[in-house]
Ligand binder design. Structure first.
Ligand SMILES: [Zn+2]
Length: 85
């Protein structure tokens, strides 16, 4: 089993991303977000190791770990602009 690396980045507009090699990266801006938001972004990217897309199956997996994830998703949509430094 391949184990991906985790990097913290300062560039880009994304909170987190997952490469084809399962390397995860998270923006340092994420560290300023509330803990449940950090949890959501991490769960989201971890699920991309299993599902490389945003299919219904992907959201099902996110849902099984974080049934309330729609709240966090909305928060990110409403607040991401506040975190651009
Ligand atoms: Zn995604």
């Amino acid at each position: 089993m391949h184990h991906g690396n985790i990097t913290i980045t300062s560039a880009g507009k994304r909170w987190g991303s997952c490469s084809a090699d399962d390397d995860l990266s998270f923006s340092f801006r994420l560290m300023m977000a509330p803990p449940d938001i950090i949890d959501y972004v991490i769960v989201h990217e971890l699920m991309h190791i299993i599902e490389k897309n945003h299919s219904p199956k992907f959201w099902q997996r996110v849902d099984s770990v974080m049934p309330e994830h729609k709240t966090q998703k909305r928060w990110l949509k409403d607040n991401h602009h506040k975190f651009i430094l």
